[in-house]
Ligand binder design. Structure first.
Ligand SMILES: *[C@@H]1O[C@H](CO)[C@@H](O)[C@H](O)[C@H]1NC(C)=O
Ligand SMILES: *[C@@H]1O[C@H](CO)[C@@H](O)[C@H](O)[C@H]1NC(C)=O
Length: 310
């Protein structure tokens, strides 16, 4: 009992010294975090990764950091104005793979079709943005749910098999499921991608409480520095990490190589991120039936202060 109170106190005040990070452990995007811990991070003690995402920062005060797409970041920030986006790990212009055998030659041909994606996720925003860019309304196509697949052979309820079995006409999400879908239908595959219409901004978050705690803040700066060193390796020497990344997320190396260039290892973001977030939030506010986040609050959400301390 006494020990658990001690652990709780240490955790809440950062006295234990181990940064606690909530992130998906499944996707390519997250892998710079374990790589940074293994190779570069020099905090007071080892940082720990836990399965989750930015929602943990709102629900569990023991978490110091989290990683997630900007979509989840905005959804959480709408109700937790203490969350800050402090770094961008990577940007991924997601892809749609469609089946030419279903008569699809252009994005607009997806009107009236069955499109697989993960509802409520960044991939659903991606499908909406892509279809809107082709003048197709949300009500003019059917969104179908299915499962991820990281490596062939894919299960029958995963998107690549659903595409192959003609249960859907197309699907779009983060990688490598799109690549595996394209492999599954071979010459019938047609790909749609447009980074100016949609890119995932896979970001790194903390809270004002953690950023204002001097001991924790020092470790956060160290962690972001380690991430920044990691991104240099991912960007400039990918052949040195393919095997490692593939085994972290249960992929094969040829498939990882095929999707590697769709991952832009970003770090410091560009000023156009603000307009991108404003536009995405306006759509999320409609879908989630909530108020839009005022632009001045989004300006607070994007916090460059850790980057400035590196
Ligand atoms: C990407 O989308 C923009 C904005 O809709 C459009 O102007 C551009 O032509 C598109 N690019 C491609 C390659 O389709
Ligand atoms: C972070 O990475 C960027 C891109 O490689 C680089 O320009 C910058 O100097 C790095 N910052 C630090 C403190 O390492």
């Amino acid at each position: 009992m006494r020990l658990s109170i001690l652990a709780l106190t240490l955790g809440l005040y950062g006295l234990g010294g181990a940064l606690k990070i909530s992130t998906s452990l499944l996707w390519i995007e997250h892998t710079p975090q374990p790589y940074a811990i293994k190779n570069f991070y020099k905090g007071r003690s080892a940082a720990t990764l836990h399965s989750g995402g930015v929602a943990s920062l709102g629900s569990d005060a023991s978490f110091d950091l989290a990683a997630n797409a900007e979509t989840q970041g905005l959804k959480q920030y709408a109700n937790h104005r203490n969350i800050r986006l402090i770094y961008v790990i990577c940007e991924v212009p997601y892809r749609i793979v469609a089946n030419k055998a279903a008569g699809i030659k252009t994005l607009a041909d997806l009107k009236g079709k069955r499109i697989g994606t993960f509802k409520g996720s960044s991939a659903a925003i991606f499908i909406h943005n892509m279809m809107a860019s082709a003048g197709v309304k949300d009500s003019d196509y059917n969104v179908v749910s299915g499962d991820m697949c990281m490596k062939a052979p894919c299960a029958s309820n995963s998107f690549p098999q659903m595409l192959k079995q003609r249960k859907i006409d197309a699907f779009g999400a983060w990688e490598p499921v799109v690549e595996l879908g394209a492999q599954a239908i071979g010459d019938n595959a047609i790909i749609f991608q447009n980074a100016s219409v949609f890119r995932e901004v896979y970001s790194f978050y903390s809270t004002t409480q953690k950023l204002n705690n001097p001991a924790i803040r020092k470790d956060i700066v160290e962690f972001v520095r380690a991430l920044n060193q990691t991104l240099d390796v991912f960007r400039d020497k990918p052949e040195s990490v393919y095997q490692w990344v593939a085994s972290e997320v249960g992929m094969d190396v040829p498939t990882l190589k095929a999707v590697w260039d769709d991952h832009k290892w970003t770090g410091p973001w560009k000023p156009d991120l603000m307009d991108y977030l404003v536009a995405e939030d306006a759509y999320l506010a409609r879908v989630d039936k909530r108020q839009v986040i005022p632009k001045k609050d989004l300006e607070t959400f994007l916090d460059t202060s850790i980057l400035e301390e590196l």
